[in-house]
Design a protein around this ligand. Structure first.
Ligand code: CTP
Ligand code: CA
Length: 225
């Protein structure tokens, strides 16, 4: 892998990072997705690689280019993302920064374009996508990374939503942020996060996404020892 560093506090550690949105096809020309530029996940992968980690970067169709010095696995759907992550296991840590679509259109993907018929709206039926973070967090044995970090974009009571999410998913840490419109976080270059661990909630000051990534990578390095 070009530009890969092998020295640093994370040398010899393998870390999986998911990033970007997933696209769930409706037909050959349409999809449903979450809003995600992939900027925060990309910054995290870059920060981990800069500290010597062997990074597998499993990314949906993001706006930003993947960082250098990481193994890039490009996927479209949540199911492909899960397979990409599982193929990359075992790992010392996993950081799930992707904005995974919660649902996909039920049944086999239409191979023909759905045509517009005046006044007749299509009705889509959905089914749930696999939860990649929960699947990895709750996998037993050697395939369970020692440290699994999830993300939670929340509104209202961010800490209580994120704390409940950490318990529900079974991950070790949650990086939570407040995406209420008035924070201006969504789609911006800065982030204001609360790190939820087994010890409680730690509020970080508002900073650039790369600074959040660097601080998180330092914490991960300290945790993995
Ligand atoms: N996640 C995942 N697979 C999914 C959905 C979410 O891996 N199918 C991961 C995300 O990458 C993130 C974390 O789970 O790290 C939380 O995602 P979020 O959408 O906040 O959680 P949900 O359980 O889907 O809850 P919500 O109803 O708030 O969307
Ligand atoms: Ca979700």
């Amino acid at each position: 892998i070009e530009g890969r560093l092998t020295a640093g506090p994370l040398a010899g550690k393998r870390v999986i990072v998911t990033s970007g949105p997933t696209h769930e096809p409706i037909d050959p020309v349409r999809y449903i997705a979450n809003r995600s530029s992939g900027a925060q996940g990309t910054a995290i992968a870059r920060a981990l690689a800069a500290r010597g980690a062997e990074v597998v970067f499993v990314t949906g169709p993001a706006d930003v280019a993947p960082p250098e010095g990481v193994e890039v696995v490009k996927v479209e759907t949540a199911s492909e993302m899960l397979r990409g992550v599982q193929a990359a296991l075992p790992a010392d840590a996993a950081v799930m920064a992707a904005a995974v679509a919660d649902w996909r259109v039920k049944g086999p993907t239409a191979t023909s374009k759905i045509k517009k018929v005046a006044g007749a709206m299509p009705v889509l039926e959905f089914e749930e996508n696999p939860d990649i973070l929960a699947t990895v967090s709750q996998s037993g044995g050697a395939d369970r990374p020692g440290l699994v970090v999830g993300f939670a974009a929340e509104t209202d009571d961010v800490v209580s939503h994120a704390t409940a999410k950490r318990a529900r998913k079974g991950c070790d840490w949650i990086v939570a942020n407040d995406v209420s419109p008035e924070t201006g976080i969504m789609g911006g270059t800065e982030n204001a996060v609360v790190l939820i661990t087994g010890d409680g909630a730690e509020e970080w000051p508002r900073m650039g996404k790369q600074a959040v990534a660097d601080r998180l990578a330092d914490r991960i390095a300290a945790e993995l020892g």
